[in-house]
Ligand binder design. Structure first.
Ligand SMILES: NC(=O)c1ccc[n+]([C@@H]2O[C@H](COP(=O)([O-])OP(=O)(O)OC[C@H]3O[C@@H](n4cnc5c(N)ncnc54)[C@H](OP(=O)(O)O)[C@@H]3O)[C@@H](O)[C@H]2O)c1
Length: 263
């Protein structure tokens, strides 16, 4: 099975921590030139240094770009810089996001807008930036990180359920438009995966147990009896990004250890 990404350029939003970082490591390890985007310079620099230190086939580059993906002008400028530095983007991973779920009546217009800006419009703008080039070169991959609520929204899961369902619809629309030109678009519906997001949830908890116990207790409530690892997400993303995933498009894949009630 050919999982090599040698000669490809990948752009990963939110690639400094958690799932994004694991995907950046995996893609670079498979030979891709990798552009990592995040807002904070500290974690971004740390991630890029560690990824570079691990090395890559053919010495592929990895670069960090400070960018808030909700800032349309900055996204445009950073995309142009990435193309100048690393070449046209072949693989886009729309991953930047955060947990946001409250009772409906407590969500303000500003919170709705902020969630849609981060989880939907950022993906729309970045995809638009790379789309035509991918189609012209007749090779492209777009992977959208969503969550299980995209298919199974429940009470108190807005605004994120709504933004993620829109992301799933966008995935399907784009898959149809990109298929004739070999541009494949898929979504990963995440359940509970160990990441910095989970660490922040721990830090907001009562602190009565240590982090490992917190993770183990939350994991015990899941069908597989544990939370997923970021590397397990990266393995699936690498498959989809590579030539091994050449006939998979328009899918919203549950990456949740069996949590979702629907396939
Ligand atoms: N982990 C889970 O169990 C889980 C569950 C469901 C869905 N997800 C989704 O999976 C994705 C990755 O989650 P994660 O757990 O790896 O999160 P994480 O550990 O909190 O990492 C989030 C990454 O996104 C970056 N980021 C956040 N807002 C950004 C913005 N406006 N512009 C650019 N970068 C931004 C962060 O860096 P800066 O803060 O420096 O910008 C960081 O690199 C997210 O979309 C999340 O909603 C995760």
């Amino acid at each position: 099975m050919d999982l090599s990404l040698t000669g490809r350029t990948a752009l990963i939003t939110g690639g400094s921590l958690g799932l994004g970082r694991a995907m950046a490591e995996a893609f670079h390890g498979a030979g891709a030139r990798v552009a990592v985007l995040a807002r904070r310079e500290g974690p971004l620099g740390e991630a890029v240094d560690a990824i570079a230190a691990a090395g890559a086939p053919d010495g592929a580059a990895v670069r960090g770009y400070v960018c808030d993906v909700t800032d349309a002008a900055r996204v445009e400028a950073v995309h142009a810089q990435i193309e100048a530095d690393l070449g046209p983007v072949d693989i886009l991973v729309n991953n930047a996001g955060h947990a946001a779920a409250k009772p409906f009546e407590s969500i303000t217009d500003a919170e709705w807008q902020a969630d849609l800006d981060l989880k939907l419009f950022a993906a729309i703008r970045l995809t638009r930036a790379v789309w035509q080039g991918m189609r012209e070169r007749r090779w492209g991959r777009v992977i959208n990180l969503l969550n299980v609520y995209a298919k199974t929204p429940g009470p108190n899961t807005a605004p994120t359920s709504v933004s993620r369902a829109a992301g799933m619809a966008l995935t399907k629309v784009l898959a149809g438009e990109g298929a004739p030109d070999n541009v494949l678009v898929n979504a990963l519906l995440i359940g509970f995966i160990k990441s910095d997001q989970i660490r922040r949830q721990y830090e907001a908890s009562d602190g009565s147990v240590d982090f490992d116990t917190f993770v183990a207790r939350a994991g015990a409530r899941l069908p597989m009896g544990r939370m997923g690892e970021a590397e397990e997400v990266a393995n699936l993303a690498l498959f989809l990004a590579s030539d091994a995933g050449s006939y998979v498009t328009g899918c919203a894949i549950n990456m949740d250890g069996g949590l979702s009630k629907v396939p």
